[in-house]
Design a protein around this ligand. Structure first.
Ligand SMILES: NC(=O)c1ccc[n+]([C@@H]2O[C@H](COP(=O)([O-])OP(=O)(O)OC[C@H]3O[C@@H](n4cnc5c(N)ncnc54)[C@H](O)[C@@H]3O)[C@@H](O)[C@H]2O)c1
Length: 341
């Protein structure tokens, strides 16, 4: 996978290899950025968590067939994590797989979702239940897209950045907390723009280093799931109960709950959860939605990392140090009985 960082959007055309046709799945909120791409066939996607499913994938496949996309075509996905996930899923299954490239347009997708080759879609109310692990040919990153993001959607991306830095680097974690505490993404100085570019680049480097060691997510890569078992369960609960919780917000709350569980197991200091909650608050992220863990426990058991009677958690010990911890589901349920997320 080739990573183009801090690129001028006008250079995008040069990244596309010789192919029989270019088919782009573009989040309809960012279509204007691509108006110069006259030779692209475009599928405008109304991207939302509830459209990241088989029905949407089938509609895109039908569109590719109607437009005679063959095995030598090139597919592009441009948008947030919903668009990059669904594009990767379609491209890796259409005609048993065609080449594709991703253009992330949210901070969350640039720093995380577009990287690593996981292409998940939701099924029967469960996040990323169906999917593939297939790498794109390239990912084209440009913070120029962020200027049209709302503050809330920009900030949810900070959760995935802090997650990656917490796992791998205490220095970068501390630096990013203080940088984002005073950052206004709609009005950045030139210096701040350069710092943000470096943060995204570092985040991508750290993620791809571990993806290269364990692409299929069977061992080392699992640390990247910090906050995700609880976060995904909260998202499933939110979609069932028509609550508006964004992925990054759920991950932030999931990381704080992981620290509470970790402390209850005597594996980390008692104040870690509180410190994490303070850090998230400083960058404008929530750390709890006041939901009892017992309300989301069924979804925790349905997580991909759970087996029939155990749940695999990634627990935070301190910045730069997380552990994989396998716990019997019954024990976790008891431990969490009084906790909230
Ligand atoms: N594959 C992976 O490894 C991975 C990792 C993390 C998250 N994800 C997935 O990513 C998804 C979340 O990603 P997201 O937060 O980017 O969500 P998203 O794709 O839903 O985008 C959020 C919102 O921003 C809008 N948008 C996108 N770019 C914009 C821009 N430049 N200007 C204005 N509006 C814009 C979208 O239309 C949408 O309304 C979840 O489905 C999550 O499961 C996948």
């Amino acid at each position: 996978m080739k990573l183009y960082t801090n690129q001028d959007i006008n250079t995008l055309g040069k990244t596309i290899p010789p192919c029989s046709g270019i088919f782009a799945i573009i989040d309809n909120k960012v279509e204007d950025y691509f108006s110069a791409m006259k030779n692209w066939k475009i599928f405008p996607l109304h991207a939302s968590e509830s459209s990241k499913n088989l029905a949407t994938a089938a509609r895109i496949c039908s569109w590719l067939m109607e437009n005679k996309a063959d095995r030598d075509c090139f597919i592009i996905g441009a948008g947030g994590g919903v668009t990059t996930d669904i594009t990767g899923f379609v491209a890796s299954t259409y005609k048993r797989g065609v080449r594709f490239g991703l253009v992330p347009t949210t901070l969350l997708a640039s720093a995380d979702a577009a990287l690593g080759g996981k292409n998940g879609i939701n099924h029967l109310g469960i996040k990323n239940m169906i999917g593939t692990i297939t790498q794109p040919e390239w990912v084209f990153q440009s913070p120029a897209f962020f200027k049209t993001l709302s503050r809330r959607i920009f900030r949810e991306g900070i959760a995935e950045v802090l997650k990656t830095f917490f796992i791998f680097s205490p220095d970068l974690y501390g630096f990013a907390v203080s940088f984002f505490s005073g950052y206004d993404h709609r009005n950045p100085s030139k210096k701040e723009e350069r710092i943000l570019e470096r943060i995204i680049k570092e985040c991508a480097r750290l993620k791809m280093e571990i993806v290269r060691k364990d692409e299929k997510d069977r061992g080392e890569r699992m640390v990247l799931n910090l906050g995700h078992t609880f976060g995904h369960a909260l998202e499933n609960w939110a979609s069932e109960n028509r609550k508006n919780i964004l992925h990054g917000e759920a991950v932030a709350a999931g990381i704080v709950l992981s620290a509470k569980v970790c402390a209850a197991l005597d594996l980390c200091p008692k104040n870690l959860a509180g410190e994490l909650a303070e850090d998230f608050k400083a960058v404008g992220l929530p750390s709890s939605f006041g939901v009892r863990v017992s309300q989301i426990f069924k979804a925790i058991e349905q997580d991909k990392k759970a087996s029939s009677d155990t749940v695999t958690l990634i627990l935070p010990i301190e910045p730069g140090n997380v552990v994989r911890y396998i716990i019997p589901a019954g024990e976790l349920k008891k431990l969490c009985s009084r906790l909230i997320i």
